[in-house]
Design a protein around this ligand. Structure first.
Ligand code: ADP
Ligand code: MG
Length: 715
């Protein structure tokens, strides 16, 4: 499947955006399409085996059926231009219209003909784009197009001699649209600036010199140099030099971290103190920064229930309002007589002016997108508006223990050999068994006796053959079974050894995690590992309780260890000695009982439960593919407080979106109700149309600037 993106410049009508989306999707061979109104983008995916890429002309034709003024461009072309000259012209046009209109209204002594001429001129000047669009849409049989309805409304007003009214509606409609475009454009820029953390060039090191290249053209294994103050363009490991890096663009965390030779460095972070040479380990398209941006950019494709509701609402709203207008114009004259016809006509025209659901269709998606943008600037990647909205419904938060509630950076506190083995031998055997595991326990054992912990090898669970005499099998939630030099070794839980009929005496009620080790059928000792509860866990659990959320911990560790952690944190419930499948079961049961469950885990052996929960949140493993893949929300920073940030941003998004819905619908209904009784005017109607839309857009932009207050908020 291939993906193509176009920029739709001048896309000002969210209603049409939805129609374009449907039309592109309907083309044979196109599997997916969406128009992102808040970013003026059309993206579609096609299956190369069935369909060629659509030509630009074909796309233009579809787009112009619904939005004749939109200019379709490739993203590259759109980037290299700016439209400041057309903006100046637009401003001049509206200003002139406004002056002509004001002159006609204020200068009382003018002959009637001059006043009329001024008004006519103002009408044509401000209204000609609307009139042109109206006829184009009419030609495409789009009866409920807003331009067409606006045209009818103003022509009607002229027909009954309400000239100033007609001009005002046209003029303020266009002025409103202008400011709305400005506001939408501004928030688009703000969101883009927030997210565009992709460097344009990479300094490739070749023969001791550096050559500047576009990061797309750098291969795995190439060496690049990053100087202080520059952003890292591709993922890699440090080959030369050491430095502090700022990862705030990825994690929202501004405290720098120090990196030395051999450590991995992620694209998107900024080198602060010293220049480093980096061996590239991932191509541009696979590098962290690219993946994050794609994820956030695609997020708006997954619409929230509220957005879907608004789309549906918009489909019915316009025809219904237009029908009401027709009834108000047509029916009363038969009841009250035709001498009142023009009064009823005026009332009907008011309905036409407010017949566009624009305020909602524009501001609601913008609100959600701003929420996603805001979250990403705090190191929280939300994969869809639906997940952002779902955060508000969560009543139960389930945590994995190791690496989530605890640091997961375990330290060996005791090595207890048995059966004639000595401590060093036990530890070195354990190291061989664990040599390919990525589990926090394995990392701790492997780093014992070394100062710098080794980088973990990439690992996908079961390892399979390394060479013919070595075989490693990771038994999720239990430990490792390895075959070395023809002998079977086990390292893991009590249960693991018991299921292999190993005879041994486990430690009674351990307070720390214990790894039992066996060689063949012989028990050779245990290794005790100490972990620590994260400092912020106490405050976070407390805050979640204040938000009325149930807190539960699930772990594969022993009961005694689990209960110590659960009691210290005052968790509502916990379950221990679980296999990954048991975790999935428990979460499923909670959901079946009617709970909305968020599962927070580290992504290591938690994939099923992350996917099974109402919302899966992964954290801690910065940029790991497995975590990004399996979860709905990725927390880039290893800090539990981010969960509160996520809830907080979701609550704020919902609040503002709800305000907009109530406000926009409320004002429109009020003006319509007053209109029926002849108590509202076209002036009020035009405010209810564009004024409200503008206010709603400005309100939605507040989501972007919102600062989460993690420990003191109420949902
Ligand atoms: P948690 O639910 O706390 O994240 P896991 O499901 O990852 O725990 O693991 C459960 C238990 O299985 C661990 O407490 C440990 O005893 C054992 N275990 C898992 N992986 C390993 C390993 N690589 N080496 C030894 N023991 C392991
Ligand atoms: Mg785990």
């Amino acid at each position: 499947m291939s993906k193509v993106t176009y920029v739709l410049e001048g896309l000002g009508c969210a209603n049409c955006a939805a129609k374009i989306e449907t039309a592109v999707k309907a083309v044979e061979g196109i599997d997916e399409a969406y128009v992102d109104f808040s970013k003026s983008k059309l993206v579609y995916a096609y299956d190369e085996t069935r369909q060629q890429q659509l030509s630009m002309d074909a796309i233009v034709k579809i787009v112009h059926t619904y939005e004749p003024d939109v200019i379709v461009k490739t993203p590259e072309a759109a980037k290299s231009e700016n439209s400041s000259s057309s903006e100046t012209r637009e401003r001049l046009r509206l200003l002139t219209g406004l002056i002509l209109f004001a002159a006609a209204m204020v200068l009382k002594g003018l002959p009637e003909l001059v006043t009329l001429a001024l008004l006519l001129f103002a009408y044509l000047l401000s209204g000609y784009p609307v009139i042109i669009k109206a006829f184009k849409h009419l030609f495409n049989k789009q009866w409920f197009d807003e331009n067409f309805l606006m045209f009818i409304a103003t022509i009607g007003a002229i027909g009954i001699g309400e000239y100033p009214e007609a001009v005002a509606v046209m003029l303020f409609y266009e002025i409103g649209e202008y400011f709305q475009d400005l506001a939408v454009g501004k928030s688009r820029h703000a969101i883009e600036a927030l997210m565009d953390i992709r460097p344009e060039i990479a300094h490739l090191v070749a023969n001791g010199e550096t050559v500047d290249k576009s990061p797309e053209f750098i291969a795995v294994g190439d060496v690049i140099r990053v100087k202080p103050g520059e952003r890292v363009p591709l993922d890699g490991t440090i080959l030369k030099g050491e430095t502090d890096v700022d990862t705030s663009a990825l994690t929202g965390e501004s405290k720098p971290i120090s990196l030395a030779i051999g450590e991995s460095i992620l694209s998107g972070s900024v080198v602060i103190t010293g220049a480093v040479d980096i061996t590239v380990t991932k191509r541009y398209e696979d590098s962290t920064v690219t993946k994050i941006l794609e994820l956030v950019e695609d997020a708006t494709a997954q619409k929230s229930p509220t957005e879907n509701f608004i789309t549906k609402f918009a489909r019915y709203y316009t025809p219904i309002v237009v029908l009401l207008a027709a009834m108000i114009i047509a029916i009363p004259p038969f009841i009250y007589g035709f001498d009142q016809f023009s009064a009823w006509l005026y009332r009907g025209l008011i309905f036409l002016v407010i017949s566009c659901p624009c305020a909602l269709v524009i501001s609601i998606p913008l609100g959600f997108f701003s929420g996603i943008g805001n979250a990403s600037s705090h190191g929280i990647l939300i994969k869809g508006s639906n997940y952002l909205e779902a955060l508000n419904t969560i009543d139960t938060v389930v945590f994995d223990k190791t690496g989530t509630l605890t640091h997961g950076k375990l330290a060996i506190s005791a090595v207890t050999p048995a059966d004639g083995t000595d401590a060093d031998a036990l530890l070195s055997i354990a190291k061989r068994i664990e040599s390919h595991s990525n589990h926090p326990i394995a990392k701790a054992i492997l780093s014992a006796g070394k100062t710098v912990p080794p980088r973990p090898q990439p690992n996908t669970g079961n390892i399979g053959f390394v060479d013919l005499s070595e075989r490693y099998e990771e038994l999720s939630g239990m430990g490792i079974k390895a075959t070395l030099d023809g002998k079977t070794y086990l390292a893991g839980t009590e249960k693991l050894l018991k299921t292999h009929q190993i005879d041994f005496t486990p430690i009674a009620s351990p307070v720390n995690t214990v790894v039992y080790v066996a060689e063949g059928s012989r028990y050779i000792g245990s290794i005790t590992l100490e972990d620590q509860v994260k400092d912020e866990a106490f405050a976070v659990i407390d805050a979640l309780k204040k938000l009325q959320k149930q807190t539960v911990m699930l772990t594969g560790d022993q009961i005694a260890v689990a209960s110590a952690v659960a009691n210290a944190l005052h968790l509502d419930d916990y379950h221990a000695e679980l296999m990954p499948a048991d975790k999935y079961e428990i979460v499923n049961r909670l959901i079946a009982e009617g709970h909305q469950v968020a599962f927070v885990g580290d992504g290591i052996n938690d994939a099923p439960v992350l996917a099974g929960a109402t919302l899966g949140l992964s954290m801690g493993d910065l940029g790991s593919d497995a975590a990004i893949e399996a979860s709905d929300i990725v927390i880039m920073k290893d800090q539990l407080t981010s969960i509160l940030d996520a809830f907080n941003i979701a609550a704020q998004t919902k609040k503002i979106v709800t305000q907009n819905i109530v406000f926009a619908i409320g004002i429109k209904v009020a003006i319509m109700a007053l209109g029926v009784f002849g108590l509202s005017s076209m002036w009020m109607a035009i405010f209810a149309d564009v004024g409200v839309a503008l206010l709603a857009v400005l309100n939605a932009m507040r989501v972007l600037r919102f600062k989460p207050d993690r420990l003191n908020f109420t949902a």
